[in-house]
Design a protein around this ligand. Structure first.
Ligand code: UT7
Length: 318
């Protein structure tokens, strides 16, 4: 009997400090009007001195465990998607394993930038399908504020910090809830349009050719969304919710339009969170499940594109 996986827990963490567009306009030559009209972003959360990828990821993981009503001791594996680990090693995931007091199982990080959550979800789903794990925490945790060049108006206004988590479990054969499929892609030929310069003037600095990334996002996300639906003989009409990576409202609207999904069926957090990279999808999913919009049994489509370039989609029945 083939084993499948399903989502049973959702959690999120956002640092207390909120930085508005108006706040940023006192630091760089920008305006609330430019940021809102080009991106949909109004504000972002920024990590405090006590926040780290590990501490934020742990908080999101604890919330997901609490939602599912299961003990941390029952978790077999922890996968953290992050482009901003606190240290080169150990992995953020093993820090979280230690903080949760777990002695069993295994933990590791995945680096796929803004697509990291989709990649981590695909790996977790495979671990469960191949019976290497039964219960897996998948966490996206990012502290982009520590890799931004705060004098570069073309990038510093776009990102925020935070963490989101989901808990995966075995889906019994009769289970309505199931991860239907995941679809991963990358193309290293475009590695230099979005990357982190190791020795920027104030340390590591994110660099992006925004226009080029935008161009790739529009076409590649449309393709991967088609691929995911086609794999199940579905069309946009079968999708109840789109929970996209939150980089730019114009990109999100483009995918929704392609699926012919009305705005109220699209989960948007980019206005309040900005782009939290690998954390953006689990943060959005957590919000929408907890406020009762996304319900058990509904078809949910996730998609993301980021540095690498990497991109992917996941289709699930919640
Ligand atoms: O999550 C990872 C994936 N990342 C993305 O998906 C991001 C994809 N790219 C984008 O979202 C958009 O390309 C941006 C939001 C980054 C930029 O929007 P755009 O419409 O592509 O603007 P642009 O780069 O073409 O810049 C237009 C103008 C430029 O001035 P000139 O050359 O026309 O005089 C920029 O210098 O806007 C200027 N500009 C700004 N002005 C005020 C760039 N950043 C700012 C700013 N405030 N913060």
């Amino acid at each position: 009997m083939p084993v499948r996986s399903k989502l049973i827990g959702f959690g999120g963490y956002l640092p207390d400090k909120i930085v508005t567009n108006a706040d940023l306009s006192t630091r760089v030559d920008t305006s609330d009007e430019w940021i809102r009209t080009r991106t949909g972003i109004a504000q972002r959360h920024i990590a405090g001195p006590d926040d780290s990828a590990a501490s934020m990821g742990e908080a999101a993981a604890r919330a997901a465990l609490e939602y599912a009503g299961v003990d941390a001791e029952t978790v077999d594996a922890i996968i953290v998607a992050t482009a901003t680990p606190d240290q080169p090693f150990p992995a953020v995931a093993t820090r979280i394993q230690g903080a949760l007091g777990l002695k069993q199982g295994f933990a590791f990080d995945i680096s796929a930038a803004c697509s990291g959550f989709i990649y981590a979800l695909a790996v977790a789903d495979s671990l469960i399908q191949t019976k290497q794990a039964r219960r897996v925490l998948v966490i996206g945790s990012e502290v982009y504020s520590r890799i931004l060049d705060w004098s570069d108006r073309t990038t510093c206004v776009l990102f925020g910090d935070g963490a989101g988590a989901v808990l995966l479990d075995i889906a019994e054969p009769e289970s309505e809830s199931v991860i239907l499929s995941t679809h991963l892609h990358s193309d290293g030929a475009h590695a230099d349009i979005l990357y982190v310069e190791r020795e920027g003037k104030d340390g590591p600095s994110l660099r992006m050719n925004g226009r080029e990334v935008f161009r790739h996002a529009v076409t590649k996300l449309a393709e991967v969304v088609d691929e995911a639906l086609h794999a199940h003989g579905m069309t946009g009409k079968d999708v109840q919710w789109l929970v996209p990576h939150q980089a730019n409202l114009r990109i999100i609207d483009g995918v929704a339009k392609k699926l012919a999904l009305p705005q109220e069926r699209v989960i948007v957090t980019v206005d309040r969170h900005a782009n939290t990279s690998a954390a953006s999808i689990p943060l959005a999913l957590n919000e929408a499940v907890r406020d009762g919009r996304v319900k058990k049994g509904e078809i949910v489509l996730l998609e993301a594109l980021g540095g690498g370039l990497t991109w992917g989609a996941a289709l699930l029945r919640l």
